[in-house]
Ligand binder design. Structure first.
Ligand code: SF4
Length: 727
């Protein structure tokens, strides 16, 4: 257990870490503190939200929830409305009722006393958490009484703890811009101090990812740490990612994945006197949340049923949990011991002992010398890679993969390509069990794009800025070589764009249907305009797995041989891997070793791209859904093992914009394609999307200089401070 675990860090040390420490290393430090405190226990609550009104006299610029008087969707919850609302919630086995909302004269102290009494009567045993220090300060002022008297009356009515809202950022330079009319930082802290003196536990938020600078984050945390030293009344620190929709701050993006991880980690490391760090699932993508639970976060908040504030701000609703069981499953999937509790961390029946000291896990150390060799630039064996994959902390793998990435792709650029994915047809005779995209020849859902349609769509994409077209599709018995030649030559002769298209599976099928060799087929496609091959159809290059997931599809060696032939006739290629079908670590490594061996011979692979399998709407169950941590582990292992493949692409299509941004800190040097459209993965219901502008913002927020590239990794445009057109 390293000694820094309990050593208090100074503000300047914290600022230095937040600004300069590599993300993987910061995650590792915070995770070690979290494990020393909680082991792998991770807490969650099953909560319902009741927002009494969205009218508010404070009208903060950062808030998208409040409505002006007379607005169509403005509302006030009467006690009768509240009774109806709570009646519905009575059978939900809630742990928490969260009451928070706007401030208007009509909703005075008596209203809230009655609301808490009603809630206590209708939801006995449920923690009544609510109201922010801002609301309490405002009501006390309206009543002309002290904060203490206000809190005493609320407590008597059943009020159990103060949620941490309204803290935003304490520093006056920022507070005056984002919450002009809100109470000052000291007034917020004073409300919490009085609450602590009255044994009312509270939480503390910090809204970040808007206009604050790193020093404002550290200033905010230092004021919380100071009060906690005095009272010890805070339960959890809750870094809240800013949601941009509908706010008056005119910001396009909230904090990216990398920023959220860095702020959560420094919160854990710096607030050495706070028991918990909580991040709320209803503010972010689940894959990112999973990674955060290995970056210092020990609490993922709750179901927050009927939560409106984050929703109004544009938080992804598709990621929310609706049942405690879903949250439990999510935490188990991330290797945690889920503990259902409430917002004051009470021991609930049937839950593991919440106060049990974390067991000291038996950790292998045989990975360490192997990782040291990788850090020294040595080539790893398959056995090495299996041990690293299964036994090394993923953050440590990331730290070294990031160093290797800086050696393999020197400089501060991270690239992306502006491309379009275009499918010829969704009709396919191969029936891969993992594929939700295809349909059978006789199905009405089937479509075929004509060569004219392919050329027209490609022209449109090029006009929109695309420099690469990626055409792929199902294996349609009626689409012969001449169809593909017509598509390719039509594009070559009419559109200024690079043709990076077709998969080995399609080419093998076309050649077979045509009765010609793979080499002849490749040569004719090349003559028609094909310039390089994407590495689709590789999934796992181990036939034992391929026989299970795609019995009719190209076998591993055939896939490799086809790529070798393509390289021999001058076509560069990329290599992919889809993992999560239940393959063993050794089989994943076998796939990577096969790619590395071919690369040693041909040097034809320009990049490697790993994706996780999405089981929805497919005929294949997956033993365990692959999460963001699994992904970052695979990315790191790929960088360390594929020492002869220069570029490693992140994969937002399956991992989402935030976790794929984190991949840029775990060995990836490229954000992949903007894609414009994508039909195959989105057929499984995983439906992320990015724009070129978002990609540039994500790369920049991860501390790299964004650069648009060609398919062959030549630079087109570097977005450093001043946009530089690379002639
Ligand atoms: S993955 Fe490709 S080859 Fe397999 S069924 Fe889907 S479209 Fe056909």
């Amino acid at each position: 257990m390293s000694d820094f675990i309990h050593k208090r860090i100074t503000d300047s040390e914290a600022l230095d870490m937040l600004q300069n420490m590599p993300t993987a290393e910061l995650m590792a430090r915070a995770d070690e503190i979290r494990r020393a405190r909680h082991g792998n226990k991770t807490y969650y609550v099953h909560s319902h939200n009741l927002n009494p009104t969205n009218l508010c006299v404070v009208e903060c610029g950062l808030c998208s929830f409040w409505r002006p008087e007379g607005a169509e969707d403005a509302y006030i919850t009467t006690l009768e409305d509240a009774r109806e609302n709570l009646e519905k919630a009575q059978n939900w086995d809630l742990t928490d009722l969260h009451i928070v909302g706007g401030m208007i004269p009509e909703l005075d102290l008596e209203y809230y006393e009655n609301l808490f009494k009603l809630s206590r009567e209708m939801l006995p045993g449920v923690l009544l958490q609510g109201m922010t220090a801002v609301e309490i300060h405002w009501i006390a002022g309206n009543e002309g009484i002290s904060i203490r008297e206000t809190l005493e009356r609320l407590k008597a009515a059943g009020f159990g703890s103060i949620s941490g809202g309204g803290a935003e950022i304490f520093h006056p330079d920022i507070r005056k811009k984002i919450a002009t009319t809100k109470i000052l930082a000291q007034q917020w802290l004073d409300v919490h101090k009085v609450a602590h003196e009255l044994d009312i536990p509270t939480n503390a938020t910090m809204l970040f990812g808007h206009i604050e600078k790193d020093e404002h984050i550290i200033d905010h945390l230092s004021r919380l740490r100071e009060l906690q030293d005095e009272t010890g009344g805070f339960q959890a620190a809750i870094p809240l990612p800013f949601q941009t929709n509908g706010t008056a701050l005119g910001l396009k993006y909230g904090p990216s994945g990398d920023r959220q991880v860095r702020v959560a980690a420094i919160t854990r490391i710096y607030l050495d006197n706070f028991p918990h760090v909580r991040m709320l699932v209803n503010y972010m993508d689940r894959k990112l949340l999973g990674v955060l639970t290995h970056s210092g976060v020990d609490d993922i908040g709750g179901t927050s049923l009927n939560e409106r504030i984050a929703k109004e701000g544009g938080a992804p609703q598709s990621q929310k949990f609706f049942t405690a069981a879903e949250m439990e499953e999510f935490l188990v999937n991330h290797g945690h011991t889920p503990i259902l509790t409430n917002s004051i961390y009470a021991q609930l029946d049937g839950q593991p002992d919440i106060n049990a000291l974390p067991e000291t896990p038996v950790v292998s150390s045989r990975w360490k010398p192997i990782l040291d060799r990788a850090e020294a630039g040595e080539r790893l064996s398959a056995e090495d890679a299996v041990i690293l994959h299964d036994e090394a902390p993923f953050q440590e793998l990331g730290r070294v993969a990031d160093l290797r990435r800086k050696q393999d792709v020197p400089g501060d650029l991270a690239t992306y390509v502006f491309d379009k994915n275009l499918n010829t047809t969704n009709v396919c005779v191969t029936d891969c069990k993992f594929c939700a995209f295809y349909t059978k020849p006789e199905s009405e859902r089937g479509y075929v794009r004509s060569p004219e349609q392919i050329v027209a769509a490609t022209k449109k994409a090029a006009e929109a800025g695309a420099t690469q077209i990626l055409i792929q599709g199902g294996l349609h018995p009626e689409l012969k070589l001449d169809y593909y030649e017509a598509c390719l030559s039509g594009i070559r002769d009419n559109v200024d764009i690079w043709i990076h298209s077709l998969s080995p599976t399609e080419i093998e099928y076309i050649a077979q249907e045509e009765g010609i060799t793979i080499r002849e087929c490749l040569q004719r496609l090349k003559d028609a305009g094909l310039q390089s091959l994407p590495g689709g159809g590789a999934e796992i290059l181990v036939d034992e797995i391929r026989r299970k997931i795609s019995p009719k599809k190209t076998r591993s060696q055939a896939w490799l041989d086809l790529m070798e032939t393509a390289n021999e006739i001058g076509l560069k290629t990329t290599a992919t891997m889809v993992y999560g079908f239940g393959e063993t670590t050794a089989q994943r490594v076998e796939h990577l070793i096969k790619v590395r061996e071919l690369q040693d011979r041909t040097g034809g692979f320009t990049a490697f791209i790993p994706w996780s399998f999405s089981p929805n709407m497919t005929d294949l169950d997956c033993p365990r859904l692959q999460n963001g941590v699994d992904y970052l582990r695979i990315v790191s292992i790929a960088r360390l093992l594929l020492d002869n493949v220069k570029h490693l692409q992140a994969g937002w299509v399956t991992e989402g914009p935030d976790v794929s941004q984190l991949a840029l800190q775990f060995g990836a040097d490229d954000y992949g394609g903007v894609l414009m459209t994508e039909e195959v993965v989105s057929a499984t219901g995983v439906d992320y999307g990015v724009s070129e502008d978002l990609v540039i913002n994500l790369i920049r927020e991860a501390g790299w200089t964004p650069a648009q590239r060609t398919t062959q990794y030549d630079l087109i445009k570097v977005y450093d401070e001043v946009e530089t057109e690379v002639k």
